[in-house]
Design a protein. Structure first.
Length: 200
């Protein structure tokens, strides 16, 4: 008689084993979709990329663009507002909700995560929490945003920062971990980021 066990050695019923097989098959399909989106990220024409991204389930507002090389972890939970620009080589994690507002500028190499492993858990189990980036936020190059963070309206995150806690509206933060280093003086923000570059 075959005894079915999970990776921790616990016995599984036949129904639990079948559910695990279904979940594994779903994850393989998701990985293939993410691979295809990685290939789409190499198309040097942002209108075509945006069409494929929307087809994959990413909500993208009017006038927004994602530059070449954008990577995704599950596109289905990602929503991007209007007139928002995502720079080259950004990583957008959709394993939990990722909401990016209007007129947001994400610079090159920004990495936004909403899933991580619990280092104090004996099985190194994953956990997730949504990330919300409000309107008119600027996030500089090579910034890392960790799960569960909310970045308030008009905030600025300096290059290379690691954001592990909420950022208040109009705050300027920098460092590892990110701390408040200033405040944005203009509060009545109404600018537009402008036309996207077609071949970036």
């Amino acid at each position: 008689m075959i005894i079915l066990k999970d990776k921790t050695g616990n016995r599984l019923t036949v129904a639990q084993f079948i559910n695990k097989l279904k979940l594994r098959a779903w994850n393989i399909l998701l990985e293939f979709e993410v691979f295809l989106l990685h290939l789409v990220g190499c198309i040097p024409f942002h209108h075509a990329r945006r069409l494929f991204y929307r087809t994959a389930g990413i909500k993208i507002g009017k006038g927004s663009s994602l530059h070449m090389g954008t990577r995704f972890y599950d596109p289905h939970n990602i929503a991007i507002g209007e007139d928002t620009v995502v720079g080259e080589g950004a990583v957008l994690d959709g394993r939990d909700k990722l909401l990016i507002g209007n007129h947001v500028a994400l610079a090159t190499g920004v990495m936004i995560f909403n899933s991580q492993h619990e280092i104090s858990d004996e099985f190194f189990s994953p956990s997730s929490a949504p990330v919300i980036i409000e309107d008119y936020v600027f996030i500089g190059p090579r910034v890392i945003v960790q799960p569960g963070v909310r970045i308030g309206k008009g905030a600025i995150v300096a290059a290379g920062a690691v954001v592990s806690k909420d950022v208040p509206p109009y705050a300027i933060v920098g460092g590892v971990p990110a701390k408040i280093i200033g405040e944005r003086k203009l509060k009545n923000l109404h600018y537009k980021l402008g036309r996207a570059r077609w071949f970036r």
